[in-house]
Design a protein around this ligand. Sequence first.
Ligand code: THU
Length: 133
Amino acid sequence: MEATDPLVERARSVRARAYAPYSGFPVGAAIEADDGAIFEGCNVENASYGLTICAERVALATGVAAGRTRFRKLALVTGGAEPVAPCGACRQVLAEFAPDLEIVSAASVATRRWRLAELLPAPFRRDKGEGAG
Ligand code: THU
């Protein structure tokens, strides 16, 4: 039995506040900044479906709004047996601030770990394109 990870526990507690009436799939996320501060997020769905915001992006944006732009670890908590990896949109948004973020994802049975660089090895970077000099 693995020791309890405090970041996972923060993600687990905010999951209770997810607004997921359409999917029935509540997600909790907690992201730790380089200075140790932790920011929480849950998914926020919408009647138009496509405007849904994932838990990861809510957590990240909350940290940015609090003045953080460097992050070291993300925890995700979902239901179901198997852990989920962040969706493609969230990978790109997370890579803006932490291209090699440590990610831990806990479901009811299993836990998985990744580095963001393995999930998104080639993020879009504006400074890698035209005009970068
Ligand atoms: N969702 C997240 O919040 N994070 C993920 O990593 C996977 C998907 C949300 C979006 C939607 O509200 C629900 O889970 C089902 O896709």
